[in-house]
Design a binder for this molecule. Structure first.
Ligand code: KG4
Ligand code: ZN
Length: 354
């Protein structure tokens, strides 16, 4: 019986969780800053750190209380070390170090992307994956396509060259005048839209496993807006700032067409990787894996079992950090107390070995 306290503060959620044996969630507390950042239409880093500082102690205390446990009952403390916003990561790491120092419990720095991967192991039924598997991590900050050879063994096949998939959802949502975050609101608007109303480019249809969403984003902006100021030249670069929504625009149609284009790109490359490496299943994770269209199209076109976490574990949480920490802990990893943040830490073969 191994109990891990997980702590997450890499972006705009302050979260803590107690997980048993890497699988059973005894408690999971997530303090979201969505309302705080909604007014800016995106995450505001300085505000994020300040909100983490205020939330971290009560969130951790609540997670322990909900689990009916104290720090002294834990086998280890796992905290997100990166990737993420440096100032935000620091809040979680410093708090975790304090707890580790006070309790004498081992501390583990966990890769946030690995956390998203292990959100899959928190789901029911608790059968194990048959390795290798292809993993697509799609979140607000990341789009990573991985080949996972075994527990903790990752080979990076590709990723985004510009915006992350969730970031594209959020930016297009803002252009369409939908509330932040864009992803769930675009999905909702798309339900009553025609996905064939607009023909948006798919971008980077090449043999690589990299993605590019900036062309799609610009195409949406061009299609749905007109210059705000008549004096703007017709060939002036399009930007969100000097544009307004076309009058009579059907937001549902634009949402559905954009969502289809983005999902098409994600599914095409993920399914191709699955075929090339002959894997028996595909794992989807990260905030965008909550998207119903992505889930359905991946199942339909890959012709393989597709696993994804329940909605509440798709987006950032600390149970996934505790679950990844459990696998690190049982593999013998222990970090010393003076490790620092790694804001750009990739998830590859050398993530934990340097
Ligand atoms: O994993 P996450 O909480 O944060 C990061 O680690 O970055 O993902 C948040 C992202 C946001 O960009 C949000 O718009 C997107 O996930 N998202 C969705 C859906 N729900 C959340 N995107 C598409 N469809 C959804 N249903
Ligand atoms: Zn995340």
């Amino acid at each position: 019986m191994t109990l891990i306290l997980g702590i997450e503060s890499s972006c705009d959620e302050t979260a803590a969780s107690v997980v048993l044996d890497g699988r059973r969630i005894l408690s999971s507390v997530v303090a979201s800053q969505v309302d705080l950042h909604a007014q800016y239409g995106g995450v505001f880093p300085e505000m994020a750190s300040r909100a983490h500082i205020e939330a971290i102690a009560p969130v951790v205390e609540q997670a322990l209380r909900d689990a009916g446990a104290s720090v002294n009952d834990m086998d280890a403390i796992a905290v997100t070390r990166g990737p993420g916003l440096a100032g935000s990561l620091l809040v979680g790491i410093n708090y975790a170090k304090g707890l580790a120092l006070m309790s004498g419990k081992p501390l583990l720095g966990v890769n946030h992307l690995e956390g998203h991967v292990y959100a899959l192991w928190l789901t029911q039924p608790l059968q194990d994956a048959e390795f290798p598997v292809v993993v697509l991590i799609v979140s607000g900050g990341h789009t990573e396509l991985l080949l996972m050879h075994g527990h903790g063994q990752y080979e990076r096949l590709g990723g985004t060259l510009d915006d992350a998939a969730g970031e594209a959802f959020d930016k297009v949502g803002r252009v369409l005048g939908l509330p932040f975050p864009g992803g769930p609101n675009i999905q909702k608007a798309a339900e009553r839209g025609n996905p064939e109303a607009f023909q948006f480019p798919r971008g980077k249809r090449d043999s690589s496993y990299d993605f590019s969403f900036s062309g799609l984003k610009t195409a949406v902006l061009r299609a749905v807006t007109v210059p705000a100021n008549k004096s703007n030249k017709a060939d002036a670069p399009v930007s969100e700032k000097n544009s307004v929504l076309r009058s009579g625009l059907n937001v549902g149609d634009a949402s559905a067409s954009f969502q289809d284009a983005l999902v098409d790109i994600l599914v095409e490359k993920t399914a191709r990787a699955a075929a090339e490496y002959g894997v028996s299943e595909i794992l989807l994770t990260g905030g965008v894996s909550a998207n119903a269209r992505l889930r359905d199209e991946m199942k339909r076109r890959a012709g393989l079992p597709v696993r994804y976490p329940p909605i509440n574990l798709c987006t950032d949480n600390a149970a996934m950090i505790a679950a990844a920490g459990y696998h690190r802990f049982t593999a013998g990893q222990r970090d010393d107390l003076n490790f620092d943040v790694l804001p750009n830490w990739p998830l590859t073969r050398g993530t934990y070995t340097g």
